[in-house]
Design a protein around this ligand. Structure first.
Ligand code: MRU
Length: 356
């Protein structure tokens, strides 16, 4: 994508490491960070300097490559996979990418590993771009079939399923970009997505940079909008999809899906095949939900009138905060999955076809 005329990806090779956009500073500052070691990559994923299921996977792959550059022994390979695998639990793309790296490097002689690791990580990054482009194409075609009440298609999205969560394009937002690029009109309701505000700070920034009409809403507004016929379709991403189509995504997604069903609004999930965890069936019972530091809930960072960033506390001192990062939307509430291979029902047979 382009931001102010310059082409960007979220991660790129740079010297002996990788460059990434520091997403903790958006929308206030577009700054890049250089990551030069396994430890720096792991910390960047933990601290959400990079985030979003596909991007976490690709970044972890580069983390393995950086570890191999320093020491390509079996012990370091195993340690890199373990350290990176423990950074964030819910997005299965992380495990998927680490398994790809381990499978590619295991049989390779130690002396050749650094080179193979870099080539494999680069391959995963390039594949992600193409996969997201294809998700966008299938998603844009789908948008053309969604019944709409007015001239302008009204879409509601949650969290950030755009290019910032991937290497380029995005998943749910890729569909919107391709729809808009084809000359169609859209307006996007952007859930702010507490506690970290990925909607307000990342999705709104991305959509603005691409010239897509949007309005940020507080997290609990979607139900009201749907009751009043102001949403034609909900479109979200996913961090993990079970083999029967249950979807883990940013916390709050489930409530939007319930409201969508109650109001007859289609609820589509855009995700690559790498987000499907075929080992799991029942997402509510089986998907590990990340719980993060309560400080993300108790404190909010924003821009002061002089442009400096400040973090303020919004809870009474000492109040306990429970910070669940994700929730699971059961397959029965999902209209369908938009993948790189087309549209699939969120059912066991639909997923089996996608994976076959
Ligand atoms: O905690 P995050 O910011 O990594 O969560 C991201 C999401 O929930 C996204 O909606 C999901 O990964 C889809 S990614 C394109």
């Amino acid at each position: 994508v382009k931001v102010e005329g310059r082409a960007w990806r979220t991660i790129w090779e740079e010297g002996a490491g990788v460059g990434v956009i520091d997403q903790t500073l958006l929308p206030h500052r577009l700054e890049v960070r250089h990551l030069a070691s396994l430890e720096e990559v792991a910390q960047a994923i933990r601290a959400m300097v990079v985030r979003g299921a596909p991007l976490i996977g690709v970044t972890a792959a580069y983390g393995v490559a950086l570890a191999m550059r320093a020491d390509a022994s079996d012990a370091v390979l195993a340690r890199a996979v373990e350290v990176l695998g423990a950074t964030r639990p819910t997005a299965v793309n992380l495990r998927w990418a680490l398994e790809k790296m381990a499978a590619a490097l295991g049989p390779v002689a130690v002396a050749a590993r650094a080179e193979v690791a870099l080539a494999t990580a680069r391959g995963l990054a390039e594949d992600d771009v193409e996969v997201c482009r294809r998700i966008g194409a299938h998603g844009a075609a789908l948008l053309g079939t969604v019944p709409r009440r007015g001239e302008v298609l009204q879409v509601l999205t949650h969290c950030n399923a755009g290019w910032l969560g991937c290497v380029d394009w995005g998943t749910a937002l890729a569909a919107l970009y391709q729809w808009v690029d084809a000359g169609h009109a859209v307006h996007v309701w952007v859930d702010e997505t507490r506690p970290r505000n990925q909607g307000a700070s990342l999705t709104a920034w991305e959509l603005g940079a691409h010239g897509v009409s949007h309005t940020v809403i507080a997290d609990n507004v979607g139900g009201h909008l749907m009751q009043h016929g102001m949403v034609d379709v909900c479109l979200v991403g996913a961090d993990r999809v079970t083999r029967r189509g249950d979807v883990a995504n940013k916390v709050g997604t489930y409530l939007k899906a319930l409201a969508a069903q109650d109001n007859g609004v289609p609820f589509w999930v855009a995700a690559p095949r790498s987000s499907v965890d075929a080992r799991l069936l029942d997402g509510v019972k089986e998907i590990e939900i990340e719980q993060r530091d309560g400080r993300e809930l108790s404190h909010v960072t924003g821009r002061l009138p002089d442009g400096t960033l400040a973090t303020v506390e919004v809870l009474p001192p000492g109040a306990r905060a429970a910070n669940y990062g994700f929730d699971v939307t059961p397959a029965r509430l999902v209209t369908g999955l938009i993948t790189e291979d087309g549209l699939f029902p969120a059912t066991e047979s639909g997923l089996a076809r996608l994976l076959s």
